[in-house]
Design a protein. Structure first.
Length: 557
C-alpha cells in the first residue's frame, strides 16, 4: 500500500534527522529469525535485517519495528509486508542444501502496478529485476517469478532491494529451476497444494459445484518440507512455551520427539505454527484434564485454535487418560450385537476390560480434544484422537476453510444428550476427507454450516444435519456403515421436539456406499441417486445427477 497512509512526508523528515538517528530508527535486525533452508518458502515478514524509509509499523501487526506489516487476506493467511517505497530493503539468512540453479516465486499484490525489485546474494546484485504489474487491488494476489541463478551449497544472505514501491509482498518461494513449487512428495492427496476446480467437469445445473471445490485450506496444507522446524522439544518440556517461541520467530513447526507428554491444561495454538509429532504412534499427548458439565464452560478442550490462521496439528496421538477406565461402548459394524448397557448416556465410565460393562458414575469427563474458534486456513491431519471425553473435533460457526484429513477418531465417554461426543462442524468451507470415525455420537453439520465437503471417508457414525445448517453442504463418496446399536438413520437430522431447527436447503448426498445393521435405518440405499433433505427426517431422491459423475471436480494445476 502507498506510504501516504503513514501520514509522513518522508523527504523533509529525513532531512531533519541526523545520520545517527536515521541508522538507529530505520535500520534494524530481527534476531529471533533463524536461517531458512532452501529450497523453501520464506514469509516476507520473517526478515533478519531491514532498512525502511519511515519510522513505525504502518500496519501495526506482528513486529514493533519500522517494517510495515499488516494482516493479509491471501489464501495462506498470516501477514504481508506493505507500504513499500524506493530505497527500502529486506534481508534474509538462507541455507542452501544443494548447489544448482534456482527460481524464486514472489507472492505480490499492487493496485497501481509499476513496482520494481532487484536481488542481491551476499552483497552482489544478480543482474536481474522483477517488475510488479497491476493485480487489481492491494489484496489481489498473484505469483511473479524471477530466475535467481546458481546458488552454492551453504549459508548466504539474500537481500530484496525495492527500487520502486507501491506493492505488497506476502512470501517468496525459492525452488530448484524447473521444479513445481506446489506439489508434495508422493501421490497427491485431496487437500494438498495444487488442486484447482476442473471447469471441464463442471455442471451449470448445479451452482454449488465450484464453491465446493473451494472448501479446505486455501492453497492447500503446506507440504511437510515447506515449513521449517523452529522448535524441537522432548517429553517433560512445555508444549505451549515452545509454540509461543515459534510464534515469536515468525512461525514454523514445533516438533515433538517420541514419548508421552502430559497435558494438564489447554494448549493454545498460534497463527503460522504447526504442532507436529515425530511419530504418529509414538508421540503421545496424554490429556489429564477434568471438567464438569455444571461448570462454565461446560466443555473444555486439550488444544484450542482460537483466532488463528495457518496453524496445524499433525502426526501424533491424543489420548484422554482416565487411569483404569474406558468408555462404555457398543460393537463395531458387522460384529454380533450383544445385550449390554445402553451406550448413549453421559457421566459414566467402565473399568477397562470389564466384559460385563458395569457403569461407574463420573461427572468430570467433559473434555474434548481440538476446538476451532474464529479460525481459518488451519488443519488437523494424520492424527489419532482416542477416547475423548466429549467432542473430539469441534468447529465453531465463525471458522472457515479448514482441512480435516487422514485422522482416526475412535471412542468417546459422554455420548448422551446435550451435544456431546460430536465430530462437530458449525463453520463454512470445511473439508473432511480420508477420516476414519467410529464409536462417537454423530458427525454433525449444524448452526450455520455451509459449503462444507465430506468426501471419501470411512464412517461408522451417522451424518447428522442436526440443527439449522445453512444448506449447500456436500456428502460424497463415503463409506458409511452403522452398527446395530447406532439407532439413527445413515443420514439424520435433529428434531423439532428437541428445539432443533430443520436442515438447510440444497444439501447434496451422492455416491456413498452405505449400510446399516438395522435395515430400516438405511435411507440412502442407491449410491447412484442424488439425495437431499426437505425437512426433519425427510430425505428424498432429487436430481439431476452431475454430468461428469461428481459434484467435486478437481484437477492438478
Amino acid at each position: 500500500m502507498p506510504k501516504l497512509t503513514k501520514f509522513f512526508k518522508k523527504k523533509p523528515l529525513v532531512r531533519k534527522l541526523s545520520p545517527y538517528l536515521i541508522a538507529s530508527c530505520f535500520l534494524g535486525y530481527s534476531f529471533l529469525t533463524a536461517a531458512v533452508e532452501i529450497p523453501g518458502k520464506i514469509q516476507a515478514e520473517n526478515y533478519n535485517r531491514f532498512f525502511d524509509t519511515t519510522p513505525g509499523n504502518a500496519g501495526g501487526k506482528f513486529k514493533n519495528q519500522d517494517v510495515d506489516i499488516q494482516n493479509t487476506s491471501d489464501s495462506s493467511g498470516g501477514y504481508n509486508v506493505g507500504w513499500t517505497d524506493s530505497g527500502e530493503w529486506l534481508e534474509y539468512d538462507i541455507t542452501v542444501r544443494k548447489t544448482t540453479e534456482y527460481t524464486v516465486d514472489f507472492r505480490v499484490a499492487s493496485a497501481p502496478g509499476g513496482g520494481l525489485l532487484t536481488l542481491e546474494i551476499d552483497g552482489l546484485d544478480i543482474g536481474k529485476n522483477l517488475t510488479i504489474d497491476r493485480t487489481g487491488g492491494w489484496q489481489k494476489w498473484k505469483n511473479s517469478s524471477l530466475d535467481l541463478g546458481r546458488l552454492t551449497r551453504g549459508n548466504h544472505k539474500l537481500r530484496i532491494n525495492i527500487q520502486s514501491g507501491d506493492f505488497n509482498l506476502n512470501w517468496f518461494d525459492i525452488r530448484e529451476k524447473g521444479s513445481n513449487s506446489t506439489s508434495c512428495n508422493g501421490t497427491p492427496k485431496i487437500g494438498d497444494p495444487g488442486w484447482i476446480y476442473d471447469d471441464s467437469r463442471g455442471d451449470s445445473r448445479h451452482s454449488q459445484i465450484k464453491k465446493w471445490t473451494e472448501a479446505g485450506v486455501r492453497g492447500g496444507i503446506p507440504c511437510e518440507g515447506e515449513l521449517r522446524v523452529v522448535e524441537t522439544i522432548a517429553p517433560g518440556q512445555n508444549i505451549e512455551s515452545a509454540i509461543n517461541r515459534a510464534s515469536q520467530k515468525g512461525g514454523g513447526v514445533v516438533l515433538l520427539k517420541r514419548g508421552t507428554y502430559k497435558v494438564e491444561s489447554t494448549i493454545r495454538m498460534k497463527s503460522n505454527v504447526v504442532l507436529r509429532g515425530e511419530s504418529r504412534k509414538d508421540t503421545r499427548l496424554e490429556v489429564n484434564m477434568r471438567n464438569s458439565w455444571n461448570t462454565n464452560p461446560r466443555k473444555t478442550f486439550a488444544i484450542s485454535m482460537d483466532d488463528v490462521k495457518s496453524a496445524g496439528v499433525e502426526n501424533l496421538t491424543l489420548f484422554y487418560s482416565v487411569p483404569g477406565y474406558e468408555p462404555l461402548d457398543h460393537n463395531n459394524f458387522g460384529e454380533k450385537n450383544t445385550s449390554s448397557p445402553w451406550p448413549w448416556i453421559n457421566d459414566v465410565k467402565i473399568r477397562r476390560g470389564d466384559r460385563n460393562k458395569k457403569t461407574i458414575s463420573d461427572k468430570n469427563l467433559y473434555v474434548g480434544f481440538i476446538k476451532f474458534s474464529d479460525s481459518h486456513d488451519s488443519w488437523i491431519q494424520n492424527t489419532d484422537l482416542l477416547e475423548a471425553g466429549t467432542d473430539p473435533i469441534h468447529v465453531d460457526n465463525k471458522s472457515s476453510h479448514l482441512t480435516l484429513r487422514g485422522n482416526n477418531v475412535y471412542r468417546c465417554y459422554n455420548k448422551g444428550g446435550g451435544g456431546n461426543c460430536y465430530y462437530r462442524i458449525d463453520g463454512d468451507y470445511v473439508l473432511v476427507s480420508n477420516e476414519n470415525v467410529r464409536k462417537i455420537r454423530h458427525l454433525s453439520i449444524q448452526l450455520g454450516g455451509e459449503y462444507n465437503v465430506v468426501f471419501q471417508n470411512k464412517l461408522e457414525v451417522d451424518i447428522n444435519f442436526h440443527n439449522g445448517d445453512d444448506g449447500n453442504n456436500l456428502v460424497e463418496k463415503n463409506s458409511i456403515q452403522l452398527p446395530f446399536v447406532h439407532h439413527w438413520h445413515v443420514i439424520e437430522t435433529g428434531g423439532a421436539s428437541y428445539g432443533h431447527r430443520p436442515p438447510g436447503k440444497n444439501n447434496v448426498i451422492f455416491n456413498n456406499q452405505a449400510k446399516h445393521d438395522r435395515n430400516e435405518k438405511q435411507n440412502i440405499s442407491n449410491s447412484n441417486a442424488v439425495y437431499t433433505l426437505r425437512g426433519y427426517q425427510d430425505i428424498r431422491r432429487t436430481g439431476p445427477r452431475p454430468a461428469n459423475g461428481t459434484f467435486y471436480p478437481l484437477k492438478r494445476k
